[in-house]
Design a protein around this ligand. Structure first.
Ligand code: PGA
Length: 269
C-alpha cells in the first residue's frame, strides 16, 4: 500500500484583488499548523496550497513556503519557455515569483480558452522539463456522463495530456485532479462512489502506463468540495485530496477542509 500525499489545493480563479489575496493567504498561513495538528492515526501527509491570479502571486507569496507550509500555485503556465508569446507567463517567471506548481488543463481553460489536449500536453512537458510541479486537470461533461462515456472521455484526456511525459518524469511533480465539469461551481458534488470509481480508473491507467511510478501519484477530486462533504469523499478511498474553487476563497472554509483531511481515516483497501 502506498502512502500518497494528500493535497488540499485552492484555485482562486479570477477572484481576489491584492488586499483580499493577502488577507486570505495570511489567514491560511496563520491557521495551517493548528488545522493539521494531531492527525488521525494512519493519516497520510497533508499538504496545502492555493493558486491566486498571476497578479496576486506577489501579495500571497509572503504567506507561503518557506514562511508557512503553504505551496504557491499558478493557475496555468505557458507551453513555451520564453519569447514572442503575448499574454503568456513562462515557468522561469513563475519560479521567480515563488511559484511551486501550476494547474494545467482546468476545464474552464479547456471550455473557454481553447486549451486542447495537445496544448495541455505541451504545457505539462514544458513545466516538467523545467522542474515545475503540475496539477493536471481532467473531467467529463454532463453529456458524456449521461451517455455513459465518462470513463473513456477522462482516460483519453489523461493519456493525451500526458503524451509527452516520459516514464522517468512520472514522479512527485505530477499530480492529477479529476473534476467532473458538471460538479464545478454548481453545488452538485459527485457522489463519493462516482469519484472513487473514476479515481480507480485513472489509477489503473497510470499503473498500466507507468508502473509503480504511476500508481503512486496523488489523484485529487474537484467540484463543489466544501467543509461539509470533504470527510465523506475522503472516506470513499482512492481520493488523495481536493482541488477547491469557491470554498478556497475564505481561509476559514479552506482550513476546515484541510482539518477534515487530517482528521479523516482513509480506508486501507
Ligand atoms: P468549485 O471549483 O469548488 O467552485 O466547484 C472547483 C474547481 O474548478 O477547481
Amino acid at each position: 500500500m502506498t502512502n500518497r500525499i494528500t493535497w488540499i489545493l485552492g484555485n482562486w480563479k479570477q477572484n481576489h484583488l491584492n488586499a483580499d489575496a493577502a488577507e486570505c493567504a495570511e489567514g491560511v498561513g496563520a491557521g495551517l499548523e493548528a488545522a493539521l495538528a494531531n492527525p488521525v492515526a494512519g493519516c497520510p501527509e497533508v499538504r496545502v496550497g492555493y493558486a491566486p491570479t498571476y497578479l496576486a502571486l506577489a501579495a500571497a507569496a509572503p504567506f507561503t513556503r518557506p514562511a508557512t507550509g503553504a505551496w504557491l500555485l499558478a493557475q496555468d503556465v505557458a507551453a513555451q519557455e520564453s519569447g514572442a508569446f503575448t499574454g503568456e507567463i513562462g515557468v522561469a517567471m513563475l519560479k521567480e515569483a515563488g511559484v511551486d506548481a501550476a494547474i494545467v488543463g482546468h476545464s474552464e481553460r479547456r471550455a473557454y480558452f481553447g486549451d486542447t489536449n495537445a496544448l495541455v500536453a505541451s504545457k505539462v512537458a514544458n513545466a516538467l522539463a523545467h522542474d515545475l510541479t503540475v496539477v493536471l486537470c481532467v473531467g467529463e461533461s454532463l453529456e458524456a456522463r449521461d451517455k455513459g462515456e465518462h470513463e473513456t472521455t477522462v482516460i483519453t484526456q489523461l493519456s493525451e495530456s500526458l503524451a509527452q511525459v516520459a516514464s522517468s518524469e512520472m514522479d512527485a511533480r505530477v499530480i492529477i485532479a479529476y473534476e467532473p465539469v458538471w460538479a464545478i461551481g454548481t453545488g452538485r458534488t459527485a457522489s463519493p462512489q462516482q469519484a472513487r470509481d473514476m479515481h480507480r480508473a485513472i489509477r489503473t491507467h497510470l499503473r498500466e502506463t507507468y508502473g509503480d511510478a504511476g500508481n503512486d501519484r496523488s489523484i485529487l477530486y474537484g467540484g463543489s468540495v466544501k467543509p461539509g462533504n470533504a470527510a465523506e469523499l475522503l472516506s470513499a478511498g482512492d481520493i488523495d485530496g481536493f482541488l477547491i474553487g469557491g470554498a478556497s476563497l475564505k481561509a476559514e472554509s479552506f482550513l476546515a477542509i484541510a482539518a477534515a483531511a487530517a482528521q479523516t481515516a482513509r480506508p486501507t483497501a
